[in-house]
Structure formats: C-alpha cells, structure tokens
Design a protein around this ligand. Structure first.
Ligand SMILES: [Zn+2]
Length: 64
C-alpha cells in the first residue's frame, strides 16, 4: 500500500477514532435478510513523508 501523492510506503494498522471518544468508524453494507449485514472497522494508513491518510478495511472481500 503506497501513498497516492509521493508513493512512499504507508504505515498501516493505525486506529481510526472519533475525536473526544473511543468510537471507531465502521463501514456497513446491508445484505438481504435480517442477520446478513457485513460490517468492518475502518483502519487508517499514514504516509510518513507527506501526511497523507488512507482509510481501508481488512476483510473487503466480505462486501462483495
Ligand atoms: Zn506521501
């Protein structure tokens, strides 16, 4: 995973929290059926060269 701006290697596995609390940001996709939602906690990757931040999730294949 590289920076969109300067192509440096991003530092992955940073936690995403809402300021003032420990709440993370979740990405949720509703599927058909009651208990079929997929949700995944958002992580962030930070560029050590320019400060660019990219959001990503690990289990993106669950969202297909
Ligand atoms: Zn960068």
């Amino acid at each position: 995973m590289n920076c969109n701006h300067c192509q440096s290697e991003l530092i992955k596995n940073c936690e995403v929290n809402v300021e003032g609390g420990l709440y993370g940001v979740k990405i949720i996709k509703k599927k058909k059926g009651l208990f079929n939602n997929v949700s995944e906690k958002t992580k962030a990757a930070v560029c050590p060269s320019c400060g660019y931040v990219a959001f990503y999730i690990d289990n993106y294949k669950e969202f297909i």
